[in-house]
Design a protein around this ligand. Structure first.
Ligand code: UTP
Length: 270
């Protein structure tokens, strides 16, 4: 049976929507309670059986590399926070911030011929069932041998913040994707299912990334590569059971922090 072991975590973006907090520190190092966001992301990968992890970094992101450096940790930090159980993490540098798809492209030689998962470095997942959110997706890829992207139902007023799919529901939570529209007006959206920044992919995605042109802000968008893939091959979607917390804007970071604090007995209201 196919086993998925590789995780690619893009964390090289500039995080301009979080200025001035992120002028001199990576947004992936912002805390949610007592851990930086990137810690949750690596934890999600490890808890999903992914033990080969590549983080894409860029200029000014050295704090991420230092954070996972086991040689400089005292035992208490390693044991108390689970850092000792993390596998050794590899890093590669995205030379220019040319977008999410360009960051994924930096993982090409790491990925080789294997299936892999892409997790955004600024997004935390909490599963609504025993299996992690990432495992929900990899189970589909293992079964179907086709790439699958994480989806959630988006309320009308938030549709313009998402990549929305055009597709048909297959089986239970599985969708077959025909096309995708980036940040549509709610009136023009082909569905209410939005992409959540989590992807279980096959290595042929790199051929599609090579064929796309830069879009908004001169950035290469993974959505454009996925649209091509959906047209020429098969792209599945999976409506996750759980919740995603993207901390990419100030409002989202603050609300994530507050929700986590309220649900944690160490910090919640007594
Ligand atoms: P975002 O789409 O939120 O972009 O990235 P950003 O550039 O970090 O943020 P803003 O728009 O300037 O506020 C989603 C994830 O992809 C990574 C980011 O680090 C983040 O974890 N990313 C984005 C890259 O690795 N490289 C890029 O060129 C862009």
């Amino acid at each position: 049976m196919m086993r998925i072991r590789k995780a690619v975590i893009p964390a090289a973006g500039l995080g301009t929507r979080l200025y001035p907090m992120t002028r001199a520190q990576p947004k992936e190092m912002l805390p949610v309670l007592d851990k930086p966001v990137i810690h949750y992301v690596v934890e999600e990968a490890v808890n999903s059986g992914l033990d080969e992890i590549l983080v894409i970094v860029g200029r000014g992101k050295e704090a991420i590399i230092n954070y996972f450096d086991k040689s400089s940790m005292d035992d208490k930090v390693k044991d108390d926070y689970g850092l000792s159980s993390f596998p050794n993490i590899l890093f590669v540098r995205q030379k220019e911030q040319l977008g999410f798809a360009d960051a994924v492209r930096c993982a090409r030689s790491f990925v080789g011929d294997d299936p892999f998962v892409v997790l955004a470095g600024d997004t935390i997942y909490r599963s609504g069932r025993k299996e992690t959110v990432t495992s929900q997706l990899t189970s589909v890829l293992v079964k179907r041998h086709e790439p699958v992207i994480g989806l959630e139902k988006v309320p009308k007023e938030l549709i313009r913040n998402y990549g929305i799919i055009d597709g048909s529901k297959e089986d239970g939570r599985i969708w077959k994707i025909r096309d995708m529209v980036e940040k549509p007006d709610p009136g023009d959206a082909p569905s209410n299912m939005g992409a959540i920044g989590l992807y279980a992919l096959t290595p042929d995605i790199f051929d599609f990334i090579d064929r796309i042109k830069p879009g908004k802000n001169c950035e290469y968008q993974l959505t454009d590569a996925l649209r091509l893939l959906a047209k020429e091959k098969t792209l599945l979607g999976y409506e996750i059971e759980g919740k995603r917390y993207d901390i990419g804007t100030k409002e989202l970071w603050v609300s994530t922090f507050m929700e986590f604090a309220r649900s944690d007995p160490r910090f919640g209201r007594r």
